[in-house]
Design a protein around this ligand. Structure first.
Ligand SMILES: C[S@@+](CC[C@H](N)C(=O)[O-])C[C@H]1O[C@@H](n2cnc3c(N)ncnc32)[C@H](O)[C@@H]1O
Length: 262
């Protein structure tokens, strides 16, 4: 088998659980920065676009339901959902002048089944003012009943494809990526294959959320991107992935009994 011809890939890649030195909990300050940077935009979006009156929060004591898709093990997910709750409370105050109190929040924490939900729930403070539930499973499919959610959130997750397009792994295909772990943007067929996979995954994600979110609900998606005309190989992260990819290939070459280079 040639390097890069990978026949079987694991079905899911959960972050490293627990709270040890290599855990996601201890190594996700970059992603925390992404959540922090989006907070003001989320606040503004809620203030401008969320109409609690038309969602029925004036006349009923309904619970405001939020889901974080791809929550991992924390703590970033807690900062994100708590910020959403504060912004919704501010909007409630602005719309109703506190005449009808919001009866509470429920948060659905979603990630793949192999995610360390124990660490996530251990870190939830016991005095949290919201109800919480874990929702294991892929977000590329329905996870919640129809019209359940008022707010869907997903940060730094949707660049995870459901699978590596098979043509980039096939040495016979014009889209073969020669063992590279990324879409560096240099080969048109490779870019086309990754972009078709992304389109199909996004379509599936959005169709599922469209059924789960109530009419008038909001969704925030935070994901990586590049300005038009900039290739992945020209961006800092692309150079980093190149280096990481060559380290992985070197470590495979150092173990020839496991994967032989042809
Ligand atoms: C980099 S982490 C981001 C976690 C968290 N949102 C944050 O900002 O720290 C990406 C998460 O997406 C999850 N993920 C990837 N693909 C997924 C899928 N198809 N369904 C559910 N979760 C997924 C991973 O398991 C991982 O926990």
């Amino acid at each position: 088998m040639a390097i890069g011809e990978i026949k079987e890939l694991p079905k899911s890649w959960a972050m490293l659980g627990g709270d040890g030195p290599e855990s996601y909990t201890q190594n996700s300050s970059y992603q925390k920065g992404v959540v922090d940077a989006s907070m003001e935009m989320v606040d503004d979006g809620i203030m401008e676009k969320l109409d609690l009156k038309s969602l029925g929060f004036e006349s009923t004591n309904d619970t405001f339901r939020i889901a974080d898709f791809g929550c991992s093990v924390g703590p970033n997910t807690f900062f994100a959902v708590e910020n959403i709750m504060k912004a919704v409370e501010r909007k409630h105050l602005a719309q109703f002048n506190n005449s009808a109190a919001l009866s509470g929040f429920q948060v659905f924490f979603n990630d793949v089944t192999t995610n360390d939900f124990n660490t996530l729930f251990k870190a939830l403070h016991s005095n949290e003012k919201y109800f919480s539930a874990g929702v294991p499973g892929t977000f590329f499919g329905r996870l919640l009943p129809r019209s359940t959610l008022h707010f869907a959130h997903s940060s730094y997750c949707l660049h995870w494809l459901s699978k590596v397009p098979k043509e980039v792994l096939d040495s016979e295909s014009p889209a073969w990526n020669k063992g590279s772990i990324q879409c560096d943007g240099l080969k048109k067929e490779v870019t086309k294959a990754y972009s078709a996979q992304f389109q199909s995954d996004m379509n599936t994600f959005l169709k599922a959320r469209a059924q789960e979110i109530v009419g008038g609900g909001l969704m925030v998606i935070i994901t990586g991107g590049l300005p038009d005309g900039v290739l992945m190989s020209q961006a800092g992260i692309g150079m980093y992935y190149d280096l990481l990819g060559s380290c992985l290939i070197n470590s495979v070459e150092a173990k020839p009994w496991r994967l032989k280079k042809s």
